[in-house]
Write a protein that binds this ligand. Structure first.
Ligand SMILES: Cc1cc2nc3c(=O)[nH]c(=O)nc-3n(C[C@H](O)[C@H](O)[C@H](O)COP(=O)(O)OP(=O)(O)OC[C@H]3O[C@@H](n4cnc5c(N)ncnc54)[C@H](O)[C@@H]3O)c2cc1C
Ligand code: SF4
Length: 327
């Protein structure tokens, strides 16, 4: 590991100033992604700016019904928060489906959103990877890509975004609050992550010095009836092959409103407005759910080892909607 300096940020302004003046600086939150990647020689920061003592670790219910989640709130605390459990069960379930108890005790809300892909070639410095080394090529496209994405891919990168939490948050229309060089701004979570396109190394729209301070989840009464379903190779401690975050409002046997997002299949947390449009106004039935699932995966691009994910993701979505309807 190359040498680096360590600074504990005293306030947001100094954290932003320090990071903005040094493009190789990194913020240190729970460290469960960053320190791993430093050990693998993939992240090589010259400066670590520790943001764990910034006062960003609260979950606050705002008067308009929005839930403001501080960027330093640990994944375990958020999953067990009573307001999250009752207002947004899918968010609590997504958090508990991720990683392990020990990791969730360390991992933070901001760090979880910015975790890097688990593509094995990205984590292996002996193989070409456009995300790690722009222009070097993508080892996954011609290699083994069973875990890789079928939605939002490009000729340069097919890596999935690994976060479970982000899938629930994108379904809930969450907004990310950022402190940067020009002050505070908000970014809809759906716009935080970029599609890989020709530049998979650019993963988000954040700029040097930007600190995520909080995530706002707007009020959504029907989200109290929501669910996160994750399908993976092992019952725990495994990333999603496919997952679905769903919320349903059913009235008189018909779907009045719905939220759908998918994980494990997209290069970013994948909101499916197409599936939502199919669901709205239709009978709450298995046939409707199947049509919605087909719409959600209509633009999927299968490859040799991951073609199975299209059927798997469709079934995952149908199962999630069916389970939810029966509750
Ligand atoms: C073995 C293992 C299994 C896992 N399984 C899963 C899983 O099944 N599902 C899942 O979703 N996740 C899983 N994870 C990933 C885990 O959820 C993430 O590592 C964790 O959420 C990252 O949070 P952190 O606070 O530790 O981030 P850090 O490692 O501290 O930071 C990650 C990145 O975000 C930046 N950053 C952090 N906070 C901020 C901020 N507030 N503003 C700006 N930049 C910031 C850092 O500079 C760094 O670049 C797993 C991880 C491991 C090691
Ligand atoms: S899929 Fe993306 S992260 Fe994986 S090797 Fe290709 S460019 Fe790198």
């Amino acid at each position: 590991m190359p040498p680096f300096s360590y600074t504990s940020a005293l306030d947001l302004s100094s954290a932003t100033q320090l990071a903005a003046s040094d493009p190789t600086a990194r913020f240190l939150a729970g460290g469960t992604t960053l320190v791993d990647l430093m050990k693998l020689d993939i992240e090589r920061p010259t400066q670590l700016i520790d943001i764990t003592s910034l006062p960003l670790a609260e979950v606050v219910a705002l008067p308009d019904g929005t839930l403001r989640i501080g960027a330093m709130v640990r994944n375990a605390d958020l999953a067990h928060n009573e307001l999250v459990r009752t207002r947004y069960p899918m968010l609590s379930q997504a958090l508990l489906a991720g990683a392990s108890g020990q990791l969730r005790n360390m991992a933070t809300t901001g760090g979880n959103l910015l975790q890097r892909t688990r593509c094995p070639y990205f984590r292996d410095t002996a193989t070409p990877c456009n995300k790690r080394e722009p222009g070097s090529g993508c080892s996954a496209i011609g290699g083994y890509h069973r875990m890789h994405a079928v939605l939002g891919t490009s000729a340069s990168c097919i890596a999935t975004h690994p976060s479970d939490m982000a899938v629930a948050l994108v379904a809930l229309d969450a907004v990310v609050r950022v402190h940067g060089r020009a002050g505070e701004r908000v970014i809809p979570l759906a716009e935080l992550h970029r599609l890989p396109g020709d530049h998979p190394e650019r993963e988000t729209v954040l700029e040097p010095g930007d600190v995520i301070t909080a995530v706002d989840v707007p009020a959504l009464p029907f989200a109290s009836r929501s669910l996160y379903l994750k399908v993976r190779d092992r019952a725990s401690f495994a990333f999603a092959l496919a997952s679905a975050a769903v919320a349903l409002e059913v009235e008189g046997g018909r779907v009045r409103d719905a939220r759908v997002a998918l994980g494990g299949v997209g290069t970013k947390p994948w909101r499916s407005r197409d599936a939502e449009a199919v669901l709205r106004g239709r009978p709450a039935s298995r046939e409707t759910y199947r049509d919605a699932a087909r719409a959600a995966l209509a633009n999927a691009v299968p490859r040799t080892h991951n073609a199975f994910k299209i059927e798997l993701a469709q079934r995952t979505l149908v199962r999630a909607l069916t389970r939810l309807e029966r509750r």
